[in-house]
Design a protein around this ligand. Structure first.
Ligand code: SAH
Length: 391
């Protein structure tokens, strides 16, 4: 890994950020319009005596044109603009750093109003551009192979902070790539467990799907979860998006160690939830089963057979993820030969398998390497207990 690759471009944008944060910090009581879905913005405007169609205009200005200055909204009446100016704002997280990897990957370090930092990653490919979005500051789960887990947990992100990542990325990429649709896919696979920040993640995903906002198809918005079963059941009723599941083991003994939430929702319970989730969906739709390849831990022939057995009745495809190392980890990545053998066993058992290409390693932007800067308020145990009650 060449962390200090010469082709790496880093833009430090501190100075500009400081001044804008100072001026905005004076008005923390303003309502952030990035927090609103179309429906909530409509309700908000109607309550203020405005016409409902204004919401569509505003949503388009905010999320399609990426405007944060009301004066730029030329088809909105002056009176409405100035009344919005007084009480509301459009405030995304602040870009502290924008790193571009030699392979075209971008990683943004974003600072939130309370000083915490999160990371967002953009991965361009020939036929698509995928944005990897964070849902929490840190993570309350303790998956042993994930560097976000080492940072502890601080808090859930607001809707504005989640959709703000897409807003910031679009605003940067639109002029850079000359394409209004540089972001074709969003994966909720950044920092945090999205199902433990349910309402805010669902609202942010509604904006991703909204034709007047980001207009992504439901097949191009993917939520990745470690398997919070009650929230998974709720998700189906709330929004139609694609699902990825961090499985990583085909037996409970091993999964208990790698993904500790498995002790609460073991594999059998999880697979039943997956079947419920897929009930009534088109035959081509599948859950992506993520499986991080850890040398000598979960990558034997026997592990592959167990995984195939676990998935035999589930409409799924397997995504093998070569482990991305981070400082002080006890794990190593499985060899390419081992990954190939593992894949062959799964394929022979009739499963669809892909091996994830590792991207953005030189800027620590690969899966599981996102750490941000988290003000750890862990009390992980209490938080964990609380969310279990809530879900
Ligand atoms: N909490 C969610 C989303 C964040 S993790 C979840 O568990 O799914 C996104 C994906 O990256 C998950 O599949 C996760 O298991 C994987 N991942 C985490 N750490 C990794 C690492 N060091 N190397 C490779 N993949 C990793």
């Amino acid at each position: 890994m060449s962390k200090h690759n010469t082709s790496e471009k880093i833009k430090q944008i501190d100075v500009k950020v400081e001044s804008s944060s100072a001026s905005k910090a004076k008005t923390p009581q303003k309502i952030n319009l990035l927090d609103f879905t179309s429906k909530k913005l409509k309700d908000f405007l109607v309550e203020r005596g405005e016409k409902a169609f204004r919401a569509t205009q505003l949503i388009k200005w905010i999320h399609q044109a990426c405007v944060d200055d009301f004066d730029d909204m030329t088809n909105v009446s002056k009176a409405l603009r100035s009344s919005l100016q007084e009480t509301t704002e459009i405030r995304a997280p602040e870009v502290i750093q924008d790193q571009a990897s030699s392979d075209g990957t971008h990683k943004w370090l974003l600072r939130l109003a309370d000083g915490n930092c999160i990371e967002t990653v953009y991965i361009p490919e020939k036929d698509r551009g995928t944005l990897c979005v964070s849902s929490q500051v840190g993570c309350a789960l303790d998956c042993t192979f994930c560097s976000t887990a080492r940072q502890g947990f601080s808090r859930n992100l607001t809707v504005a902070e989640i959709i703000g990542q897409v807003w910031v990325a679009k605003r940067t990429l639109q002029p850079e790539t000359g394409r209004s649709r540089a972001i074709t896919n969003v994966v909720m696979m950044g920092m945090g467990e999205p199902l433990l920040n349910f309402n805010n993640v669902v609202d942010a995903m509604k904006l991703m799907l909204d034709d007047n906002a980001y207009g992504l198809s439901k097949r191009r918005v993917t939520l990745s979860t470690s398997g919070v079963v009650p929230a998974l059941d709720r998700l189906r009723d709330e929004i139609d998006v694609s699902l990825a599941l961090s499985l990583h083991a085909g037996n409970d003994q091993l999964r208990d160690k790698l993904v500790p939430i498995n002790k609460k929702y073991p594999i059998k319970v999880l697979m039943e939830a997956c079947l419920r989730f897929m009930e009534g969906k088109a035959a081509r739709e599948r859950i992506t089963m993520e499986y991080v390849m850890l040398d000598g831990v979960n990558d034997s022939d026997q592990h592959a057979r167990e995984l195939a057995f676990t998935l035999k009745n589930i409409p799924s495809k397997v995504n093998l993820i070569p482990f991305n190392p981070f400082p002080e980890t006890r794990y190593k990545r499985s060899s390419n030969k081992r990954i190939e053998k593992f894949r062959d066993i799964l394929t022979a058992a009739g499963l669809i398998v892909m091996t994830r290409k590792t991207r953005g390693e030189d800027i620590d932007a690969a899966c599981g390497q996102l750490a941000g800067k988290v003000n750890d308020r862990s009390r992980r145990e209490t938080h964990f207990a609380r969310i279990e009650k809530e879900t």
